[in-house]
Design a protein around this ligand. Structure first.
Ligand code: FES
Length: 71
């Protein structure tokens, strides 16, 4: 199964627990999800008005149109 999920975070979200601080991924590219792995560095030059897709090698493509079909 494959899902299309839209995320717009560009920085990790710091969370403090009782004995440590962790960083939660908000960009969706982490290979340690839900924790940040530093991959958000690849999205810092994104245009906020453009929708992008990334493949498993972090190759970026611009999305021009998404079509939804109802059954
Ligand atoms: S916020 Fe996603 S990898 Fe850091």
């Amino acid at each position: 199964m494959t899902r299309l999920v839209k995320l717009n975070g560009k920085q990790p979200l710091p969370i403090e627990t009782t004995n440590k601080k962790v960083w939660i991924c908000t960009c969706g590219l982490s290979d340690k999800f839900p924790y940040c792995s530093g991959k958000h560095k690849f999205i810092q030059d994104e245009d906020d008005n453009v929708l992008y897709m990334y493949d498993e090698n972090l190759k970026r493509k611009e999305v021009k149109e998404i079509l939804f079909y109802e059954e």
